[in-house]
Design a protein around this ligand. Structure first.
Ligand code: DGL
Length: 265
């Protein structure tokens, strides 16, 4: 059975796991959430690189066939150096800016991401490659947002709503045609970001692209349809570096909301 490692600082990467399950329902997944060090977005790129390398080594010892960095921040800080020595395909996630520019050829694209992703050289390189990106893409760092989502505390939804009103709504000007979620944690609140400005703003993320790239790298024929249906069960081992029992419970609940029952090994 194919074994796939999926990595994030916490529960954000579960949204990427969902996309991977659509294409590889029979694979065995190892999900590693580095909750001991989250949130990554306000740490240094050197630290995030080091923690991502620790996770990569853990996956290799566990015998995976591929590693998915289901974290834009870790991809920004670590995918290039890890690929230099990696023995298995390493798939990173990047903000879906290219798709947004193509699908919405006029107006502004608002990118929401962590401070590290917004300041990183990887985003700079991506913007430099895409015509018009510099004029049309506005990047907004959202420090503290992933943290609020990660907490899943009794009032996390209220806290996130307040944050969005205060920090994101002012950036949703009338010329914004699409939102790009450049942090996997934000995928859990995509309904709120699209409705924030009192008009429906399409919201894009990179999860489907990551799942498709994973299939390509593993030579698995791609389903013709994008976004195939989710399976009812999934084989997943969870490894969280802190608060393990509580995080596993949250992970199971988040996936159960999509009708997925987890077979723990
Ligand atoms: N989920 C991560 C990302 O996609 C990072 C969130 C954080 O730990 O700051 O960027």
């Amino acid at each position: 059975m194919m074994r796939i490692g999926v990595f994030d600082s916490g529960i954000g990467g579960l949204s990427t796991l969902l996309a991977c399950l659509r294409y590889l329902p029979k694979a065995h997944f190892l999900f590693y959430g580095d909750t001991a060090h989250s949130p990554y977005g306000d740490k240094s790129p050197g630290q995030v690189r080091q923690w991502t390398e620790v996770a990569y080594d853990w996956f290799i010892r566990a015998g995976v066939d591929a590693v998915v960095l289901a974290c834009n921040t870790a991809t920004s800080a670590a995918v290039t150096p890890i690929r230099e020595y990696a023995d298995v395909p390493v798939i990173g996630i990047e903000p879906a800016i290219k798709r947004a520019l193509t699908l919405y050829p006029e107006g502004k694209i608002l990118l929401l991401a962590t401070a590290m992703t917004v300041a990183g050289a990887k985003l700079e390189q991506l913007l430099a490659q895409l015509p018009e990106a510099r004029q049309r893409v506005q990047a907004l760092a959202c420090p503290g947002l992933a943290e609020r989502i990660e907490s899943q505390s009794a009032d996390w939804q209220e806290q996130v709503q307040q944050y969005l009103q205060r920090r994101v709504l002012p950036a949703c000007t009338a010329d914004v045609q699409a939102l790009v979620l450049g942090c996997t944690h934000y995928c859990w609140i995509s309904d709120w970001t699209s409705g924030l400005a009192g008009r429906a703003i399409p919201t894009l993320d990179g999860n489907d692209g990551v799942a498709r790239q994973l299939c390509r790298r593993l030579d698995i024929p791609l389903a013709a349809e994008t976004c195939p249906a989710l399976p009812g069960t999934a084989s997943v081992d969870f490894h969280f570096t802190a608060d393990s029992a509580a995080k596993i419970h949250i992970a199971q609940q988040l996936l159960a909301a999509y009708g997925i029952r987890i077979q723990l090994n």
